[in-house]
Design a protein. Structure first.
Length: 266
């Protein structure tokens, strides 16, 4: 089967299933299977796909037609220019979370000790360790399955980060300079799309107003003898004012709010 024929058929199929990114999704899966980038594929529409490749691709398209997230079908995703393993037990890292890394780097800290709380796939904490070579980073999550994925990603990037099963910052193993916290912040009654509905609810919803876990985490910080000086969080822009009040109640002032990311300091 030629590439142009497969693409036309697949784009129509995904479109009928209500997939808004039908063309992009088809090209991404085609790139994975052929090892060729999309510019090459589009420039060679007559390229013939082996029957085995067509069969594999069509199985993936059946999954995508059910709105299964593309990252789960591929088994990996990209974050900050690097590849990370993901599966149905972890939330796919979002592009907007990359701003957290940018703001962390702007702090220009020397040898910071960092905790990535609610690490999930480990993408944020691992990226912090890779971008700031002097940093020491620990990974925290309440879900053992998430920690298994995070450990895999740490080793894949030739790091040996420690990963701990904890309820947020309960029983931290040491004092930290910085907390990175991309905690669940979607209000419980929000309607999410079908793809997000296949991701773990534990990693998405954060209570009636979406901020319950941030309340608990800042309360934990407020009880520490030597709490972290900087806390970076992710939340919806309409939640910024409420999150600012939560931080201030425990001694933290909002210094920066950029898109989905907030920087608090003592």
């Amino acid at each position: 089967m030629e590439i142009n024929a497969w693409l036309a058929e697949t784009i129509e199929r995904l479109g009928q299933a209500g997939i808004g990114s039908a063309r992009l999704d088809a090209l991404i899966l085609l790139e994975d299977e052929t090892g060729k980038d999309r510019s090459y594929l589009l420039a060679h529409p007559e390229m013939v796909l082996p029957a085995t490749s067509v069969a594999k691709l069509n199985k993936q398209i059946v999954q995508r037609s059910t709105h299964r997230p593309l990252a789960y079908i591929r088994g990996f995703t990209e974050f900050y220019g690097r590849r990370f393993k993901v599966n149905q037990r972890v939330l796919e890292p979002r592009p907007e979370s990359e701003t957290m890394i940018e703001l962390l780097k702007q702090l220009k800290l020397d040898k910071p000790v960092i905790a990535d709380v609610g690490t999930g796939s480990g993408a944020i904490g691992i990226t912090a360790a890779l971008e700031i070579h002097t940093a020491e980073v620990d990974l925290y999550d309440i879900d053992s399955s998430c920690l298994a994925v995070a450990r895999h990603n740490s080793l894949m990037h030739e790091l040996h980060l420690h990963a701990y099963k904890r309820d947020l910052l309960s029983r931290p193993v040491r004092d930290y300079d910085v907390i990175l916290a991309n905690l669940p912040y979607v209000p419980n009654d929000w309607q999410i799309n079908e793809a997000a509905g296949m991701e773990p609810r534990l990693a998405i919803f954060g209570g009636k107003d979406g901020l319950d876990l941030y309340r608990r985490m800042f309360a934990q910080l407020g009880k520490m003898e030597d709490p972290a000086h900087s806390v970076l969080t992710e939340a919806l822009p309409p939640q910024h004012n409420a999150l600012q009040q939560i931080g201030e109640a425990h001694g933290y002032n909002l210094k920066i709010a950029q898109d989905f990311i907030q920087v608090f300091e003592l």
